[in-house]
Write a protein that binds this ligand. Structure first.
Ligand SMILES: NC(=O)c1ccc[n+]([C@@H]2O[C@H](COP(=O)([O-])OP(=O)(O)OC[C@H]3O[C@@H](n4cnc5c(N)ncnc54)[C@H](OP(=O)(O)O)[C@@H]3O)[C@@H](O)[C@H]2O)c1
Length: 237
């Protein structure tokens, strides 16, 4: 079945890869970013939208527009996220607020507007992109780890609320993935990190897209409330 997919933060990195992956499979993808952008692949399936997910007003206007266009999604990928790393003692209020408002409240804002349509249709897939940092912690990331750990609770509680409506809610927790977000890591530090990853490399964005695609598929219909890591074995329970 061809579906409409909404991917936040699709201008680059993991979200960009997810958007293109779904479009290649023939789905219509609505991909957002704060800045005006174009997809670097020519496809009438890829629709770029400028949207700051921290603005409730903008999110509501976007919802209204998509409803008018008959483009409400059945799959929501809450991917957009930011870091603003700092040791806790030096962390500014704004560094805490910015990360929480994007990584957690942004997920709330988007899910709130799109879930009603899924409930009405008795079908939907919500996939949140969290992080191993939210599962194992990371120095300098109290704000980021907190926001991503919160997504685990968000996912489980919502999965319990909407399971009876045939809506699944899952979390994907990437480890170190080669994107702009990890591009600041210098070569020595990168080697140090790679030594802790059993598969001996950083992941690429497609490693994440394939799992997201699977979780959106019928084959994953009986999986909900889970956090699944894509991290080369960095974190094992
Ligand atoms: N890369 C990793 O190693 C890694 C590991 C674990 C988890 N993750 C998670 O995976 C997700 C994607 O990460 P990435 O590495 O692909 O990041 P990235 O390359 O920095 O891309 C982030 C995307 O989110 C968008 N974005 C940021 N704030 C936004 C906002 N308020 N409203 C709308 N869009 C916004 C950005 O576009 P604009 O800047 O134009 O808004 C961009 O498209 C994030 O949630 C991140 O926390 C990444």
């Amino acid at each position: 079945m061809k579906e409409i997919i909404f991917v936040s933060g699709a201008s680059r990195g993991i979200g960009n890869s997810i958007a293109k992956y779904f479009a290649e499979k023939g789905h219509i993808v609505l991909g957002t970013s704060r800045s005006k952008f174009k997809f670097d692949t020519q496809s009438d399936k890829l629709i770029p939208i400028q949207l700051d997910i921290t603005s409730r007003e903008d999110v509501k206007n976007c919802f209204k527009y998509l409803k008018e266009q008959n483009l409400l999604p059945s799959v929501l990928v809450n991917n957009a996220g930011i870091t603003s790393d700092q040791l806790f003692l030096r962390m500014k209020d704004s560094e805490w607020d910015d990360v929480l408002s994007t990584n957690l409240t942004g997920v709330f804002n988007l899910t709130k507007v799109f879930i009603k349509h899924m409930i009405k249709n008795k079908y939907g897939r919500i996939i949140n992109i969290s992080s191993v940092s939210g599962l194992m912690g990371n120095p300098g990331q109290v704000n980021y780890s907190s926001s991503k750990a919160a997504l685990n609770g968000f996912t489980k509680s919502l999965a319990k609320e909407v399971g009876s409506r045939n809506i699944t809610v899952n979390n994907v927790a990437p480890g170190f993935i080669e994107t702009d977000m990890t591009s600041f890591i210098d070569a020595d530090k990168k080697d140090e990190i790679i030594n802790t990853i059993p598969l001996g490399r950083f992941g690429n964005a497609d490693d994440v897209s394939e799992l997201v695609y699977f979780l959106s598929s019928n084959e994953a219909a009986y999986i909900t409330g889970q956090t699944i890591s894509v991290d080369g074995g960095l974190l094992m329970y």
